[in-house]
Design a protein around this ligand. Sequence first.
Ligand code: ADP
Ligand code: ZN
Ligand code: MG
Length: 482
Amino acid sequence: MRYEPVIGLEVHAQLLTESKLFCGCSTQFGREPNANACPVCAGFPGVLPVLNKKVVEFAIKAGLATHCQIAHWSILARKNYFYPDLPKGYQISQYELPICADGYVDVDLDGVSKRVRLTRIHMEEDAGKNIHEAHGDSSLVDLNRAGVPLLEIVSEPDMGSSAQAGAYLRTLRAMLQYLGICDGNMEEGSFRCDANVSVRPQGTSALGTKIEIKNLNSFKAVERAIEFEIERQSDTLTDGGKLHQETRLWDEHREETRSMRSKESAHDYRYFPDPDLLPLVIDEQWIDAVRASLPELPAARKSRFISAYGLSAYDADLLTSRKDVADYFESALKIHANPKALSNWIVGDLFRVLKDKKLDEQLSIVTWPVSATHLAELVQLIDQEKISGKIAKTVFETILDSGKSPQAIVSEKGLEQVSDSSSIEAAIDQVLAANGKQVEQYKSGNEKVYGFLVGQIMKATRGKANPHKLNEILRGKLKSGE
Ligand code: ADP
Ligand code: ZN
Ligand code: MG
């Protein structure tokens, strides 16, 4: 019996608001413990929550971008459980009547489009943090994160492989970043994902027993954990075992999931509408206003990159999958309008460097090792035939090391391309004279030696000869039999 996987993802996106969901406390990351706390988010008795309007606006944005229905009437609910980082004893979330429902995200994977339906998007507050290390027998509680606004984005079980799950997550993250509502940083936890995985006999349609995986801190972790689970579940069933619904934790180091607890169900939380908060009423006008404010989203930007700049779908996809990368590309383009060359440098050389330095997922574009201005200047020097493509690679490496401008590097190291005919001719004459045998071979029909001769001439000019000029003169000389 062969098994096929079924995957549904629950994403928690931390919103880029200045203040928390129900109080005026700052959401600033990395402050001293409990610097961002007040009686409301610390759960003192008698306080009242006030809903942050910006959060509602951000939720509408996310809902519209993902083709959801926006509810004109939705409810904030208490989800009751006890944990030291949750001082109220309940989390304010949404249960029945979430703000957004029934949407979808179209995901492109290797040129094939796959639609992943969204069950719902709802608003909720984050919990604080328990700190267990460094204090002997006691644990400490930091409430800076308590009450920070989150969107929970729940997909239908529509994905059939870890690659699809990864592509969906990347697409969703890009959308939130484009909307400017979440920074999408998985390592810092501002974009978190729980993966639900089940398997079923190939070709059947009933859903199998679902396992929820937590503690996934990177795209790689999500993909690996899903793969591990698919195999573990298939093996268990093949061996005649049974699966029961549970929550498992991904162990990054051992590369395996292990059981954390059997899954609680919704009724364990005793959800009920929060009596301190009125139903949230959103009129059509507000929705229209938010719709009118939506920026260009990744899919639209990708099509524009293809149609306006003549890029391949593959390159356009790579460039637009992160907003900061797309912005970088377009600001370089403003300085020097050669989209194809710029795209090649970014997708090729720059991405390789970022990968080597393990900077690709986290680094903000501001601290990229090559600025958009410098990259544009570099391509400009090539297009103006001031340096060859080959020399440009050297210049690029030097920018990485020194941060200097391409022009400065070219001047300092004397890398300007030689275009004046007489000095190129001198180098050619010298090489032809020293390689009489190869010249004879060429003349008797061995075309391959041509490349060898060009190589020798380039070497003689330290790579600086203008290739057009070089070819023109060399062909002329070989033809005329000089
Ligand atoms: P729960 O009640 O445990 O929260 P839900 O039905 O609300 O479960 O689903 C939570 C997530 O799990 C959703 O993303 C959903 O798509 C996914 N899911 C539900 N059933 C399955 C299944 N059998 N296999 C894989 N994913 C599933
Ligand atoms: Zn507060
Ligand atoms: Mg659920």
